[in-house]
Write a protein that binds this ligand. Structure first.
Ligand SMILES: Cc1ncc(C[n+]2csc(CCOP(=O)(O)OP(=O)(O)O)c2C)c(N)n1
Ligand code: SF4
Length: 290
């Protein structure tokens, strides 16, 4: 039977916002995994941050937690510790992850919990009317910085590599087949997988939009030196440099669940049935609550 991942909530994103395409891609990919019995809908859980991107929480018929701003990543790691058998996805914005939640972003790579981070990067704090984020380009004029941004944007890909990331990938919100492919690869990765989705915002930071012409697709890469070069190609500033899309780096390392003996036991020992403890049922609202 075709899984129903939709909810009754009214979708309030601006017409044409690429968040609609991200939602469609997530639904397509997860439906395919559920239909082919690779995963059960009830074994999937999500966390979202706060922002335009985070409204996805209301539009996906999945259990989860709508978190405080900047705290979606540690909440998702907490879910994995509570029940390592869950397949957890966490949706964050560039403001959420690179400003308020930056410490969690860095440490998540170090822990390497087996889960997927989906980062909607529109180079703007859009829900709160377009203040600049750490990846906004220099010169970006907004109501909060009318003289324009003076400082250079940070490069989260380089930061992730320095923090021992085991999977980093980049995709384009306007390219659904590519998003689907990358999401599948990320979910198949054992460890913490980070997907950066380059996303236009149609209302704020218009100068950072329409980067398609700069984008090109790469082959999956497992070499760290090459990954560093690829990460350097896009500085979130220039309108002329190349923007590589695809798996920028993937490596094999022990995940959080494999490192901690308590979690390893829960994964391998049928007698420590987490279902019996009902931990997640207490923590996570059911689909009917949406
Ligand atoms: C601790 C805290 N700081 C600030 C806010 C206000 N706030 C809510 S959403 C938001 C912007 C979110 O921007 P981003 O994460 O980039 O997501 P987008 O809206 O662009 O999708 C801000 C600043 C808040 N709710 N909590
Ligand atoms: S403000 Fe921007 S990010 Fe938010 S819904 Fe509208 S187009 Fe999308």
């Amino acid at each position: 039977m075709k899984p129903d991942l939709s909810t009754k909530s009214e979708i309030t994103w601006c017409p044409g916002c690429p968040n609609h395409m991200i939602l469609a891609s997530v639904k397509q990919t997860l439906s395919q995994l559920i239909e082919t019995k690779k995963i059960k809908q009830t074994d999937l859980a999500i966390t979202t941050d706060i922002g335009c991107h985070a409204k996805i929480f209301d539009y996906l018929n999945l259990s989860g937690i709508y978190c405080l701003h900047g705290r979606a990543i540690p909440t998702a790691i907490g879910m994995k510790i509570g029940n390592p058998k869950l397949k957890v996805l966490t949706f964050v914005g560039d403001g959420a992850a690179y400003a308020e939640g930056i410490a969690h972003f860095i440490h998540a790579f170090k822990y390497n919990a087996d889960m997927t981070l989906i980062l909607h990067d529109n180079q703007s704090f859009s829900l709160t009317t377009g203040q600049p984020t750490p990846t906004s380009q220099q010169g970006y004029i907004s109501k909060s910085e009318p003289l324009g941004v003076f400082d250079k944007p940070m490069n989260p890909m380089k930061l992730a590599l320095a923090a021992n990331a085991t999977f980093i990938a980049r995709t384009n919100a306007r390219d659904m087949p590519h998003m689907n492919e990358i999401l599948l690869k990320a979910m198949n990765h054992k460890g913490f997988s980070f997907i950066e989705i380059i996303q236009d915002c149609l209302i704020f930071n218009l100068d950072s939009n329409n980067k398609d012409k700069q984008m090109y697709k790469i082959k999956d890469n497992t070499n760290k030196k090459i990954a560093e070069k690829l990460a350097d190609e896009f500085d979130y500033n220039s309108k002329t440099g190349k923007i590589p899309l695809g798996v920028i780096y993937q490596s094999n390392d022990l995940s959080l669940e494999e490192k901690w003996p308590q979690l390893k036991k829960q994964l391998t020992n049928k007698n420590t049935q987490l279902g019996k403890l009902n931990i997640m049922k207490k923590l996570i609202p059911t689909n009917n609550d949406k």
